[in-house]
Design a protein around this ligand. Structure first.
Ligand code: PCA
Length: 214
């Protein structure tokens, strides 16, 4: 049985919920056939988030890792292409840290690509009726930090593991009175199930244009 680890984050930036964790937990509670799916909540803190990820990897020993975070303001599920070796905080993390232009791994590669079939994942999410696209930046906050840390662990210590990162929009309850896009947690969970199942059965990505002009 293919083992999948999904991670979500605790709430941050004054929010009381983080739909990335709600959706990861919901997807693990009702996993796709043939997959064993665990969900772990990570702190929204530079450094500590990667310690928690490392523990989760040791405990669950997954074949596939999909880390998930909230990207408030985005209108759809975004499957991230690339993690960069850069912490540059615009807001403090939950522990109050605000690193500026610091490498995540000193001397590490500038960037890592996702080892998930990102375009096949986007296609599968859309086919399930949920809007999705490829994103070419996971930012420079804790989500990119975890994505880069995961990719570095895979590259240096876990060669059999494949992993990547997915951002989700706000949940409807977070945008009441704010005129911002949102997506139900149920749709997010459906998307995560599709991404897990697609990653489990697909090693080579499909070749379709999903790039951006800016
Ligand atoms: N989103 C933040 C960190 C935690 C989360 O859910 C980000 O996009 O970096």
């Amino acid at each position: 049985m293919t083992r999948v680890l999904l991670t979500g984050f605790e709430p941050f930036d004054g929010e009381t919920v983080n739909p990335s964790w709600q959706a990861a937990r919901a997807a693990a509670d009702a996993p796709p056939a043939g997959l064993e799916v665990s969900a772990v909540e990570l702190p929204c803190v530079y450094g500590t988030s990667l310690t928690a990820l490392r523990v989760a990897l040791e405990v669950t020993r997954p074949d596939i890792v999909v880390c998930v975070g909230q990207a408030g303001g985005r209108p759809d599920i975004t499957v991230e292409r690339v993690a960069i070796n850069m912490d540059d905080a615009r807001i403090p993390d939950v522990a109050g840290a605000e690193p500026v232009d610091e490498p995540i791994v000193p001397g590490g590669p500038a960037a890592y690509f996702s080892s998930l079939p990102i375009k096949a994942c986007v296609a599968a999410v859309r086919a399930a009726g949920v809007p999705a696209s490829v994103s070419n930046t996971a930012g420079t906050f804790v989500c990119n930090h975890v994505f880069y840390g995961l990719a570095h662990l895979i590259a240096t210590e876990l060669p059999g593991v494949r992993g990547g990162f997915v951002h989700v929009p706000y949940a409807p309850e977070q945008v009441v009175g704010k005129a911002q896009p949102s997506l139900s947690v149920g749709s997010m969970a459906r998307a995560l199930r599709e991404i897990a199942a697609t990653a489990a059965r697909t090693r080579t990505d499909i070749r379709v244009a999903e790039g951006a002009t800016h």
